[in-house]
Design a protein around this ligand. Sequence first.
Ligand SMILES: CC(C)=CCC/C(C)=C/CC/C(C)=C/COP(=O)(O)OP(=O)(O)O
Length: 316
Amino acid sequence: MSAIVEAQHQPSAPVQAAYSYCEAVTGQQARNFAYGIRLLPAEKRQAMSALYAFSRRVDDIGDGTLATEDKRERLEATRDVLDRVRKGLVEEDDTDPVAVALADSARRFPIPLDGLDELIDGVLMDVRGATYETWDDLKVYCRCVAGAIGRLSLGVFGTQPGAQGADRAPEYADTLGLALQLTNILRDVREDAGNGRTYLPSDDLAKFGCSDGFGSDTPPPGADFAGLVHFEVRRARALFAEGYRLLPMLDRRSGACVAAMAGIYRRLLDRIERDPEAVLRGRVSLPGREKAYVAVRGLSGLDTRNIARRTVRRRP
Ligand SMILES: CC(C)=CCC/C(C)=C/CC/C(C)=C/COP(=O)(O)OP(=O)(O)O
């Protein structure tokens, strides 16, 4: 019986090739998230790679050098691909491997594909050059480009039968996405400034005398740059703490994947907190061996158990 079930889960050759393509994209480009995705069993790993490859495509259009109108057109073309996936119109021999892999994943897992529309909407906001006055404004953007990825991933992970508070799992997955995105914004502050983009809320920039932006490897004169960074780090930490409530609801390997992704980003945040100006000098990153260590820790379940204990303690 189990052999029959196994056989049913074996993708056909073209679908397998499509997944191999998505896994190659993930391995080459997901410098941090690949460490978590690798910890998943094959079917979930393939589905996460399909989600990653689609998201990468959307993100690359947004970050690319095309003119604004061409970017818009390309983004709407990815929305058409998504519509074909949603309507079950993508055949196994389609020439787009990402569409084939995504269509197969959507058949296997209850992935809320509308989250990918949100991602496209978020990148369109970016292409339009949106700026954010308050954290509430920035949150709208972060929900689209990262919260949605958390909710999509949860569709692949699922929650464990009988997990307490599982109805709040999408909310926690979304919050974890916000935590990662805010960390990403802090890490990339200089690179984004170079591309004419500022994501941090203008209210926060004004409060710390940083409204003139970050065009050089030292803070603008008179600015309390460290104060600004520490303020945003505290905000990100609170989001991590809330989002981590998801972990005890997941099975062991999905929990390991999330713990590795979040753990690597939390360590980035630690580094940024210790030396805020480092983000002006270049891209803060972790050495490969440290990322591997965080992944192994995730697999050991240590982080998940600690969080479960803290969550239980906090309950009234
Ligand atoms: C529940 C759950 C799984 C939540 C996580 C959701 C998630 C993975 C959100 C991604 C947001 C983010 C910071 C993308 C940057 O990708 P990038 O390719 O620019 O990152 P990199 O530059 O660090 O490689």
